[in-house]
Design a protein around this ligand. Sequence first.
Ligand code: PLP
Length: 441
Amino acid sequence: MQGNGSRTAPMAELWVNPDLRPAADTLTRTDIRLADVEDAEARLARFAPLLVRLFPELRAADGIIESALLPVAQADADKLLGLSSAQDAWGRLLIKADHDLPVAGSIKARGGIYEVLAHTEALALQHGLLTPDDDYAVLAEATARRVFEQHTVSVGSTGNLGMSIGIMAAALGYRATVHMSAEAKQWKKDKLRGHGVQVIEHAGDYAAAVHTGREDAATDPRAHFVDDERSLTLFLGYSVAALRLRDQLRALGITVDARHPLFVYLPCGVGGAPAGIAFGLKQVFGDAVHCWFLEPTAAACFLTRMRHPDRPGISVYDAGMDNVTEADGLAVPVASELAYAQMRHLIAGVATTADATLFADLAALHDTLGLQVEPSAASALSGPRMLLSDPAGAAYLRTHAPDDYLARSTHIVWSTGGRFVPAQEFEGFLARGRAEDRARA
Ligand SMILES: *Cc1c(COP(=O)(O)O)cnc(C)c1O
């Protein structure tokens, strides 16, 4: 399955989606509704008391796992994007700090934890552990744990999904199994094992790890496999971020409408997390929000799928890429068909980033703003930089942000992971990023 490493990655590029359509048309044609997103949000609220019980660090947030929306000073933003202050006003930059999400340390906290909870609710109702009016904190009691101990939750992962599913499932008492692909970092495996999770290492890539996990679980009626390529539950868990972001923007007094466009830059692996969030954002803001996905140049599976609408299952190897990138969370060879089908007419486009750039950005985010993000997350910064400086971006903006709309626009870089990166590992990232930055200057 693994590609041949001698192939060189293509150049970084900004690809504009020729099939973007008005949000209202697209959203009436799909069977996922805003009500489904709201239903997921309500489920997370029901589980909040249980989460406080299991993870005391969530007490201050009343059991809601959410990240801050951080405004970036204009001078810092110009510097991070490599724009001169003489450039025409392009709006403001904010960072959605999922790199600091508690419990799982990445954007996977949203979808992964949600799916374990949705499964748990169904199981608990079925076993009479719960009536819908109960305080869900009862699910931390021994009676419930004895039931969960009879069940397995499993998943295939490049690392972060395994962390969110493994940590949540183990905390509830499930047997948890994580199938890790070749990219997965040793410290992620160690951390999971420390939580009592069974980690199975695979020599193959992400698609292979998912495949094995799916097959294994299929033969066991007491196993629930979280299917990153197909799960609507996971997708809906991610989508809740849109409702939370709407409230955070409102609290900051930031308007989003046709004349005040919102640009959101989302790192993309299989596509589930960015698609879930983009779907929610389109439901909330319609055509006023422009969603861009970011991928490594060597693992641009979503871009590959978007470019080949008639080839479901097309891989990055088919497109001449080797899937070799330090952005481990994005090292995925084949896009999720669920994510692709939902995004086909909704995303503005896809930008790709070379590893050298994402390391330089990782260091810049640390040295300018004091943030600790992992390589996958740093890719997001290439989004606004390319949109604001690439000719394809300029053409998109002339159509979608005419007149002075750009000056009134808001740009959100979604920083998707980093909290649990060990200090020593992070020092290595920083050193590499600072060296890249010097080479670039
Ligand atoms: C998984 C992951 C993503 C992308 O999510 P997908 O659902 O795989 O597209 C982005 N950033 C980080 C840090 C991740 O772990």
